[in-house]
Design a protein around this ligand. Structure first.
Ligand code: TMP
Length: 212
């Protein structure tokens, strides 16, 4: 029941192309859950605050070069260094809204031509999300939102490949949201889905690991 100290939080992941609106929707979801009195936190990957995160950040802003395999493993390491805290938070009842996770890792690296199985391997054993929300937008529309900055992957050609790779990763459990609707409509849809998931987790749905 809600309020029970034993009920766990939900691991909720937002995925999508660059400029799909994940970041705004993640903060909006956090506020929504807090308004309802839930304990919740907003996380994002890459988490640029750690040493590994700083290497990633420098790579993304083209301040350093790294071999494609190396950066893939750093993104994964950046999730591993947060895994135990993630588990503690969830077990003590905090819901985590996570802006990008392992699916970004696989989609962006397989878009470079790596095999999906190779990309997934270092993610095995990380916590599996209870819910994946995919903000669906055509790469052309995302590019048209203006605001592609100077980061390494913010290029139409590459985002087209990433979109294809995300499609190869979808499974029936993902919730696909049309990211071109008015913002308030997206918010409402996400809120309903998320509340449902938070309730299911409170009722005792067990935590599990990727990659199943
Ligand atoms: P951000 O803009 O959401 O901070 O993400 C930075 C970029 O890093 C974005 O283009 C997606 C990419 N990325 C990966 O390539 N692999 C990963 O594992 C993650 C989390 C992000």
């Amino acid at each position: 029941t809600s309020g029970s100290s034993k009920s766990r939080g939900a691991l909720i992941v937002l995925e999508g192309l660059d400029r799909s609106g994940k970041t705004s929707q993640s903060s909006s979801l956090l506020k929504y859950l807090e308004r309802l009195g839930h304990s919740a936190e907003l996380w994002r990957f890459p988490d640029r605050s750690s040493n590994v995160g700083q290497m990633i950040s420098s790579y993304l802003s083209n301040k350093s070069q790294l071999d494609d395999h190396t950066i893939h493993l750093l993104f994964s390491a950046n999730r591993w260094e947060r895994r135990s805290l993630m588990e503690t938070k969830l077990k003590t009842g905090t819901t985590l809204i996570v802006d990008r996770y392992s699916y970004s890792g696989v989609a962006f690296s397989s878009a470079k031509g790596f095999g999906v199985e190779w990309c997934k391997a270092p993610e095995i054993g990380l916590l599996a999300p209870d819910l994946v929300l995919y903000l669906d937008i055509q790469p052309e529309q995302a590019a048209g939102r203006g605001g592609y900055g100077s980061e390494r992957y913010e290029q139409l050609e590459f985002q087209r490949k990433v979109a294809q790779c995300y499609q190869d990763l979808y499974d029936a459990s993902w919730k696909i949201i049309d990211a071109c609707q008015p913002m308030e409509d997206i918010e409402k849809q996400l809120q309903n889905i998320v509340l449902d998931c938070v309730t299911t987790c409170q009722k005792g749905k067990p935590l599990s690991n990727l990659w199943s």
